[in-house]
Ligand binder design. Structure first.
Ligand SMILES: Cc1cc2nc3c(=O)[nH]c(=O)nc-3n(C[C@H](O)[C@H](O)[C@H](O)COP(=O)(O)OP(=O)(O)OC[C@H]3O[C@@H](n4cnc5c(N)ncnc54)[C@H](O)[C@@H]3O)c2cc1C
Length: 336
């Protein structure tokens, strides 16, 4: 067992078979992070004393400057013994439900579109989560865990459901889509993530999803629809795909009380000329453009949640900044 101490905050915590950031989060500390897979670099810390090694060799988020300044990525750094570190703890990053390592048995799987499938796992022990959070799945035969957002709600934590988009030749998605059978078991860890439903926000809700970003937005819509305290809030859900066959999500919202009254769904495609888009009568354009056209200068009146490929998230962010949406009203975890 290693002890990690953060002298500036007068804090010490245990880190056993774990990374420095994940162990801190399990100990209830607000260690900054975002992607959890070594890409974003938000979990950087400075190593003052001790030695670490990386879970994922050469994580892409490490820069040359980091190496010069003795900085490491907390989500991937495994201590070789006791360490002293400098890390900018923030309450914002504290988890309401402490993340736990567990296992999930696949109990159901079904296709949502031609390349998105929902996978339902029953946990070996319940682990609660907030709507919009993600878990880490260790798929059989795959090096390293991948982050996937849950699409169900997590009050009981008995099951975690994921809507996952197949990535051509992707290691984890090939394992999940082509090899995982009902009854098989995967490693799960979580929940993580800051893009969860803010139940106390006094605003209507705007959910923007593209491609692989479906799952957390469905989770938030479900949790918001089920919460009597949010009964007055309108929920607008915009989902963007490239062609008509990519568009999905409406069937999940239709099951919610208030669909068509206070809950509204809008599908959009960005490639109307593709043969598979023939007959499409819905909106055309990118999600950020559609949202801007629909909500205009009122967009800053919404609590905005978004998820999808990096390019989409960046475009949404730019549009929201232009629309003067305060940072406190924007919620997203960058997908990599
Ligand atoms: C916060 C977050 C939430 C996400 N939610 C969803 C979701 O709900 N649905 C969905 O379809 N996708 C989601 N993704 C994307 C998903 O995590 C994968 O990137 C994607 O499925 C491709 O994985 P792959 O292994 O099939 O592809 P690959 O091309 O084989 O792997 C790419 C991904 O794996 C990571 N990676 C590669 N090697 C390692 C390693 N050794 N250790 C750890 N990570 C490694 C890369 O950083 C990259 O993220 C999310 C990503 C993030 C960061």
């Amino acid at each position: 067992m290693a002890k990690i101490s953060i002298p500036a905050a007068n804090i010490e915590y245990d880190c056993t078979d774990d990374t420095i950031m994940r162990a801190a989060t399990r100990a209830g500390l607000g260690f900054p992070y975002e992607c959890n897979v070594g890409e974003c670099g938000n979990c950087r810390f400075e190593l003052l004393e001790g030695e670490v090694t990386y879970l994922r060799p050469n994580p892409p988020g490490v820069t040359e400057r980091d190496a010069q300044r003795n900085r490491y990525l907390g989500c991937q750094a495994l201590p070789k013994g006791d360490c002293k570190i400098k890390a900018p703890l923030r309450d914002h990053y504290k988890s309401k439900h402490l993340p736990q390592k567990t296992q999930g048995e696949l109990i159901e799987a079904f296709d949502v579109t031609h390349d998105i499938r929902e996978f339902r796992f029953r946990l070996s022990q319940p682990v609660k989560f907030l709507a919009g959070q993600y878990g880490l799945i260790t798929a059989p035969g795959v090096e390293g865990a991948r982050a996937y957002s849950m699409c169900n709600t997590g009050e009981s934590g008995e099951q975690w459901h994921f809507q996952i988009r197949r990535v051509p030749n992707g290691a984890a998605t090939t394992s999940l889509f082509d090899h995982l059978k009902i009854g098989d078991v995967v490693g799960l860890d979580g929940a993580f993530g800051m893009a969860y439903l803010r139940e106390d926000a006094p605003r209507d809700i705007l959910l923007l999803a593209g491609g692989s970003g479906l799952s957390p937005m469905v989770s938030i819509a479900r949790a918001a629809a089920a919460n009597p305290a949010l009964a007055e809030r309108k929920i607008h859900f915009i989902y963007g795909g490239r062609t008509a066959r990519d568009v999905c999500g409406e069937s999940f919202l239709k099951e919610l009380p208030g669909f068509g009254e206070r809950i509204h769904y809008y599908g959009a495609i960005s490639m109307p000329d593709d043969p598979s888009s023939a007959g499409w009568s819905g909106r055309v354009g990118f999600v950020h453009d559609i949202a801007e056209q629909m909500f205009g200068e009122n967009i800053n009146q919404y609590e905005v949640y978004f998820a999808g490929p990096p390019l989409m998230s960046q475009s949404v962010m730019k549009m929201l900044i232009k629309g003067k949406v305060p940072a406190t009203q924007m919620h997203f975890d960058q997908f990599y």
